[in-house]
Design a protein around this ligand. Structure first.
Ligand code: GLA
Ligand code: GLA
Length: 643
């Protein structure tokens, strides 16, 4: 169940055999290669050099490793960019983003599609039946370095065609966008401009369409690669390695192209990326926050329709965050076990050996910089390999009791029109997820509109547009349904619904939102009743026709209930969120196991796993007989028992 990312082109050929043998000795079965190697595969247009990759793949295969081959499109070579400068992406200020690192392409360039199809076809044809090959990775980390959206001439061209298809006529476009506002009406699609560099904020409906356009392009581009690969390599699976806290495109749509999802887990690096307070950041600096990796495991299990890998696992300090601490001893092992507990098929480390040159010199590998000598992280991976062998095959992952409905478009919508500066969709979902896991619950992410059958509790932190499918799925849910503020607040054209928010859920919730107040940091509105705490950041004034379970200080409804549907009219502070989720779990008749903030538990089949991110011991629930670890869970330790 372990793998590693390897770059044979970074090392002298005389070392490849030793590397492959040492990977096997360590307990590694899978090796991902090739995703940045275009300049070595095609040094000049039409001049190919496959001999080195043939040898590398043969050596890896001969050692018993299973190969995952990446298409090399994340790094178009210099000659290609010079030949076709229209490949280059533009930033929001309208400046070209140049050659010299990676991902220097825009999904809108037609030349780029042609060139991508060409190289993918050549690589897929050559290696599609290689006996060592088990699967493919398309490209590398779509969206990394802010590359989903681009603002250049090719993007404008693509956007115009996309709009023509969507709206057919400028009358319909003007109607949908509300272009009469500020005399923005257009008479022809040629008049469409990019929604950047405007004097004040551009039309939100235009921005949302621009985002949707790019999101659609990522999915279509990925599909193009998948179709070519399937033609030449029909027996092998295809994945893509997604990222943490990147929501610029609809990952579910890319997931539709794939056989399984994978993602790149850098738990400590992400502590800097997520809007934690400085106190929290320091607290979790060397372990990461206990929900960062799990949140993504559960998200990508959904994107992969039940199957996911960790394609890149942090094995020690990384190089790219503002600060890059060494993980506490035990964390590399803990993260590996945790991914497996959440259902990962394989955990693959990035990278085999620390590079001695170029941009990622300070990024740890399983081996010390330039050497054939295991790093501290390498030794932990070795330990996991031994433990896995002793434990035997892991059971199949079952459906969780709780569903969290996750919606990429809500991230875009609330970014476009925050109304309160700190209304951050990802943060909201993360905090709800954290609250559920503090109750010891397992959580599945679910795409809007997907079936909610079998879930005792369904939570919707926020879903700005409630489509007909999403409404139907929520109304069909038989479990307790908890809906957060701002849900149903816009239709698909970014228009306020005619019955006011929550729009399509007005009847089911019994509510109508009359006013919204956003609150500066430090301001709050006390909530009491069936739940207690405070509303912060976002606070709605509701007209409620159902039962009111809790009220704000002035008596306005804060939490309502109609049938099995609860509605919360604010962003909850920590206390309110804790009490809300406990109440929801109780109404859903879920058995909870509240844990301290540094402990997490997760079930896979008949196994329960526990993880300690803290500095204190934790006693396992009475009666559990660990098959891994002891009855006392020490800091950074893992325990597994059968339930
Ligand atoms: C200014 C403008 C108006 C409107 C308001 C909104 O006063 O003149 O058109 O934008 O701000 O507060
Ligand atoms: C990403 C990329 C890798 C590498 C790592 C470093 O995950 O996919 O190529 O740059 O980051 O952490």
């Amino acid at each position: 169940m372990l793998g590693v990312c390897y770059y044979p082109e970074h090392w002298d050929e005389t070392r490849w055999e030793t590397d492959a043998r040492r990977m096997r000795e360590l307990g590694i079965s899978f090796v991902r290669i090739g995703e940045f190697a275009w300049s070595r595969l095609e040094p000049r247009r039409g001049e190919f050099d496959f001999a080195w990759l043939d040898r590398a793949m043969d050596i890896l295969h001969a050692a018993g490793l299973k190969i995952v081959l990446g298409t090399p499109t994340a790094t178009p070579p210099k000659w290609l960019v010079d030949e076709h400068p229209d490949i280059i992406p533009y930033d929001e200020q309208g400046r070209p983003r140049g050659f010299g690192s990676r991902r220097h392409y825009t999904f809108s360039s037609e030349t780029w599609w042609t060139e991508s199809a060409r190289i993918v076809e050549i690589v897929a044809e050559r290696y599609g039946h290689h006996p060592g090959l088990v699967g493919w990775q398309t490209d590398n980390e779509y969206g990394c370095h802010d590359t989903t959206v681009s603002w250049g001439p090719e993007d404008l061209k693509g956007f115009k065609s996309w709009l023509r298809l969507r709206y057919q006529s400028t009358d319909q476009l003007n109607e949908a966008w509300g272009s009469v506002f500020w005399s923005m009406e257009l008479k022809s699609f040629d008049e469409v401009a990019l929604p950047n560099l405007t004097v004040t904020e551009p039309n939100p409906a235009t921005r949302l369409d621009f985002w949707r356009f790019h999101s659609d392009q990522v999915a279509a581009y990925d599909k193009m690669q998948c179709e070519i690969i399937r033609k030449h390599s029909p027996e092998r699976w295809i994945t893509h390695n997604f990222m943490g806290f990147v929501s610029d495109f609809d990952h579910f749509k890319v997931g539709d192209n794939l056989d399984l999802a994978s993602w790149d887990s850098y738990p400590i690096g992400f502590v800097e990326k997520f809007p934690f307070s400085e106190v929290e950041r320091n607290r979790w600096a060397e372990t990461s926050h206990p929900d960062i990796a799990p949140y993504h495991h559960d998200l990508y299990r959904a994107v992969g329709k039940g199957r996911f890998w960790v394609m890149e696992q942090q094995p020690g300090p990384v190089n790219w965050a503002p600060w890059n601490p060494v993980p506490k001893p035990g964390m590399v092992r803990l993260w590996t076990w945790e991914a497996l507990a959440h259902g990962a098929d394989v955990v693959s480390y990035f990278r085999w050996r620390q590079a001695t040159f170029a941009q990622e010199q300070m990024h740890a590998g399983l081996n010390l910089a330039g050497l054939d000598e295991l790093s501290p992280g390498g030794l932990e991976a070795q330990r996991v390999a031994g433990e896995l062998a002793a434990l035997g095959p892991l059971p199949v992952t079952q459906q969780a009791s709780v569903a969290l409905v996750f919606d990429y478009q809500s991230y875009w919508t609330t970014m476009i029109q925050p109304q309160g500066k700190d209304f951050r969709y990802e943060e909201l979902c993360f905090r709800w997820y954290e609250g559920l896991r503090r109750l010891g619950l397992d959580v599945d992410f679910v795409r809007p509109g997907a079936s909610l059958d079998g879930y005792a509790l369904v939570v919707v932190p926020c879903m700005t547009e409630v489509t007909e499918e999403a409404r139907a799925a929520l109304e069909a849910a038989t479990g307790t349904v908890l809906i957060g503020a701002r849900t149903g607040s816009r239709d698909r054209n970014f228009v306020i619904p005619s019955n006011l928010p929550p729009g399509p859920l007005g009847y089911a919730t019994g509510n109508r939102v009359i006013q919204v107040s956003t609150l500066r940091p430090g301001l709050s509105d006390k909530v009491s009743g069936a739940i207690a705490g405070a509303g912060i950041r976002w606070r709605e004034t509701l007209e409620a026709s159902g039962e009111v379970l809790a009220r704000f200080h002035n008596g306005d409804p804060a939490l309502t209930k109609k049938g099995n549907i609860l509605y919360l009219a604010c962003w909850a502070d920590e206390a309110l969120l804790g009490s809300l989720l406990s109440l929801a779990a109780e109404k859903a008749k879920l058995e909870t196991l509240p844990v301290p903030d540094y402990i997490r538990i997760r079930r896979r089949g008949d196994l329960t796993f526990a993880f300690n991110y803290g500095t204190e011991n934790w006693a396992l629930p009475a009666g559990s007989k660990p098959v891994l670890g002891g009855g006392v869970l020490e800091p950074q330790a893992v325990a597994v028992w059968r339930h």
